[in-house]
Design a protein around this ligand. Sequence first.
Ligand code: URP
Ligand code: ZN
Ligand code: ZN
Length: 481
Amino acid sequence: MNYDKIITGGSVVTPGGVLDADIAISGEKIAAIGTGLASSSNGAQIIDAAGHYVIPGVLDVHVHLALPFCGTTSADDYYTGTRAGARGGVTTLIDFAIPYEGDSLNDAADKWHQKAEGKALIDYTFHICITRWDEHKDQIEGMVKRGFSTFKEFMIYESEGWQSDDRAMFGTLEKMKELGTMLLVHAESSRVLDELIERHHTPELMAKYGAQLHHMSRPNFVEAEAIQRAIMWSEMTGGQLYIVHMSTSEGADIVRRAQSRGVPVLAETCVQYLVLEDSVFAREDGHLFACCPQIKKPKDIERLWKGMKDGEVSVVSTDTCTFSREQKAMWEGDFTKIPMGLPGLETLLPLVYTHGVRAGRISIEEMCRKLSTNPARIMGLAPRKGAIQVGADADMAIIHPTNEIRVDPGTMETNADWSPYEGWSLAGFSRTTLSRGDVIVDNYKVVGEAGRGKWLSRKTAGLAAENSAHQHSELESAEIA
Ligand code: URP
Ligand code: ZN
Ligand code: ZN
C-alpha cells in the first residue's frame, strides 16, 4: 500500500484498548492500524513514536477565544489559542458564538467565523448561545440547517445581556427534543448569587478579604440549585441537557441521581476544578484565579475525579477565557470587577495526564474517553473525530509517558503572561501533534500554518439518543465496542 505517513512503534490508545501498533495515514485520514506497516513503506514519511503513547487528538469543547466580556476582550484569539491547543495535543475546539444586542443567531455565527478566519491552526466549530429567547427562538431550526447542533444558555451574566430565565430554558429544551439537538447550560442561581454578592460587597469586607470574597459569595448550593432546576426542565421536556463546567460534589450527586432515573442529562467538568483548591484566592495574586463557577474545595475535587470513573462526568474541558495580569488588575480591589476566566488549552492534556493517569486516578483509556471520544460523540463529531480508528481524521498526539516540562508562561503559546499552574512540572505535553494528517507540532514546537484549521459542520448532538436510564454503563461500553 502507498501511505503518506506511518507512525511507528508507539503504544496506541484505541477504543478497543492500548495496542503496540503502527498507524498509516493517507491524506487526511487514518488508513490502517496494524503491526509491520512500515516494512512496505514505499517512501512514506516515518514518524517514530517508540517509547511514547499515541492518543487521539483532544477535543476541548468549552473554549472562549477573543471574547468581549467583563469590560475587556479575552486575550487568546484564534491565532494564539489554537497554537496553544496544538501544543497541548488539542486538535478540535468548540467556542461559543454569542449574539450581542440586536444580533440574530446567524449574526453571532458570522462574527465568530470572522474571528477564526485565517487564524485557526486546528479544527473548530461553535455552540450557538441563545441570549434573548423571544427574539431567537424561531431562529434555532435555521441554525441546525446551517450545521450547528448545540446551543447554550447562561443562568447568570445579566449585566452582559446573556442571562436566560426558566421560561427560556424550558422552551429551548422543548425545541432540543423536537430537533434532536442539545442545550448546554451554565448553571448558577442568579438571584441568590445577586443577594450574596450584595451582602459581601462592603468596603470593610473588601478591605479584609479581597479576592477571597469571590469564593465566599458563591457557596456550593449556588451551583447545585441551578443544576437541579435545569435538570427538572430536561426531565419534564425530554430535551437533552449538558451541564457545563460542573464544579461541586453536590452537582455531581444530583446529575448522577438524574441519570439513573433516565433524565437525558450529561455533565462536563473543567480541569481547573480537578487540580486547584480555593485556597488560591488567599494568595497575594489570588484575584488572577477568579472564574465562574469558582475553584472549589478538596472534597469537590475528589468527588469530580470519582465522577470521572463512575460516569457522571462525561467530559473534561477548559473553559479557556484568558486574561492577562493587566486585564485582571482591572478589579482594583473590588471582587465584582475581576474579569472572569483562566487560560487553559495548552495545559489540559498535561494536567489530566499527570494528575489523573500518572497519579493513578484514571487509566490512559479513561483519559482518552473524557478528552476525546466522549466529547466527539456527545457534540456530534464522531466518528470523524475522537478516536484512533480507520476512516477517522488523522488527529493524534504523541506524548512521552514520563518526561516532564515545567509550566513557564514565558515559553508558552498562550497570550497569557501568567499561568494558574506556573512552576508545576507536567508530563503529557504533545511531542508531535497531527491534525488531519498534517504535523502541526514537532518536537514540542508548533510548526503548522495559521488558517489551515477548518470549521466542522454537525447534524445532531450525537449522544442524545443513547442517553437513557442506564447511561453510565451504556456510554462507557459503547465507546469500547
Ligand atoms: O469565568 C468564566 N468561566 N469565564 C467564561 C464565561 C463562562 O462562564 O463560561
Ligand atoms: Zn460559564
Ligand atoms: Zn465558558
